[in-house]
Design a protein around this ligand. Structure first.
Ligand code: PLP
Length: 325
């Protein structure tokens, strides 16, 4: 952790060359900048690898595809993983990228060049089977957005690259769009760095500063969110209008099903819990995912991201909204 309290943000787009006319450590913002480098060092320490930041989680996904795939490459994507990841991969279909889905609770297809896990998958909340994925000959990428390094050090489990939408828990306040990859392999890090620089996927200094600030409170936030979510999942399981609860036992995400057709009434009836997309912030948010994902998930599925509010206050809001189901 940086020793000085407080934080300054260097927003310069370029830095002067040295007295000898040679470029110094920082040259041009698209390559690297001091605020990003400080956040990368802190995140790299938490994950046990070398971190790179991008302009969003999606930009990090794009950099991975560019760095790891060639025309004809196959990515095996965990079923029920973040909807947008599959949508991003589909943009590469004209360049010859193949995508196959598989159940990440079992072994990945052996012929895949890249295995894409998500821990836990969003919004179905399954966990990857590390035993089955570890020996795979391809590159194993794990999107650990919802686990955070507090609950998962994916590089220790056998992943080659960890990816985060740092927009979510790592930043933690719904006020910055930023993504990250972490790897221990120097050559892969260079390929990812090159993709970031050449495709223009770099993170802005202000977003990097918000991430750096978020990391200082990450552990206390997600431990408290886990405690609250565990209790809410228990209470949801006992509610007469809740058909099914998915909670993996860690983190602040819960998905639960209400009878199909009543999800809209429930999500629009909360007052403390904001009805909006995204997750991982200090304020609770909830939305029906069917509007985005269609029939790959149940119509009545609601995804709740538990914030730092008092557990009884969240439950009062939720149970009153559930009365509308
Ligand atoms: C939000 C999200 C992403 C995409 O990240 P953005 O920062 O929105 O681009 C990727 N993976 C998971 C699991 C997410 O929740």
């Amino acid at each position: 952790m940086d020793k000085e309290p407080g934080m300054s943000v260097d927003r310069r787009a370029a830095w002067p060359y040295g007295p000898d006319g040679e470029p110094g450590e920082f040259v041009y913002q698209r390559y690297a900048h001091p605020t990003g480098a400080a956040a990368e060092a802190a995140l790299g320490e938490l994950e046990g690898g070398d971190a790179l930041l991008y302009s969003s989680g999606t930009a990090a996904v794009t950099a991975c595809v560019f760095a790891l795939c060639r025309p004809g490459s196959t990515i095996a994507l965990a079923q029920g993983a973040y909807f947008g990841t599959g949508v991003t991969f589909a943009q590469f279909a004209p360049w010859g990228l193949n995508v196959v889905e598989f159940d990440q609770t079992g072994p990945p297809p052996t012929e895949a060049d890249v295995v894409w896990l998500e821990s836990p998958s969003n919004p179905l909340l399954t966990l990857p089977n590390w035993e089955a994925a570890r020996g795979h000959p391809g590159v194993v990428v794990c999107d650990a957005t919802a686990s955070t390094p507090v609950f998962l050090r994916a590089l220790d489990e056998g992943a080659t690259i960890v990816l985060h939408s740092a927009t979510k828990y790592l930043t933690g306040h719904h006020d910055a769009l930023i993504g990250a990859t972490i790897t221990r392999e120097g050559e892969l890090r260079e390929r990812l760095y090159n993709a970031r620089m050449r495709l223009g996927l770099s993170a802005a200094p202000d977003a990097a500063a918000m991430l750096r600030r978020g990391l200082d409170t990450l552990e206390v936030r997600v431990r408290r969110q886990t405690e609250t979510a565990t209790e809410l999942a228990r209470r949801l399981g006992e509610h007469r209008n809740v058909l099914k609860v998915r909670y993996p036992g860690l983190g602040g995400l819960i998905s639960f099903d209400v009878p199909a057709g009543s999800e809209r009434a429930v999500e629009t009836s909360t007052t403390l819990i904001a009805n909006q997309t995204s997750l991982g912030g200090v304020r609770s948010t909830m939305e029906s995912r069917h509007r985005w994902e269609g029939d790959r998930i149940p119509v009545g599925l609601l995804r709740l991201s538990v914030g730092l509010e008092d557990v009884d206050a969240i439950w009062a809001d939720l149970s009153s909204a559930l009365g509308r189901a």
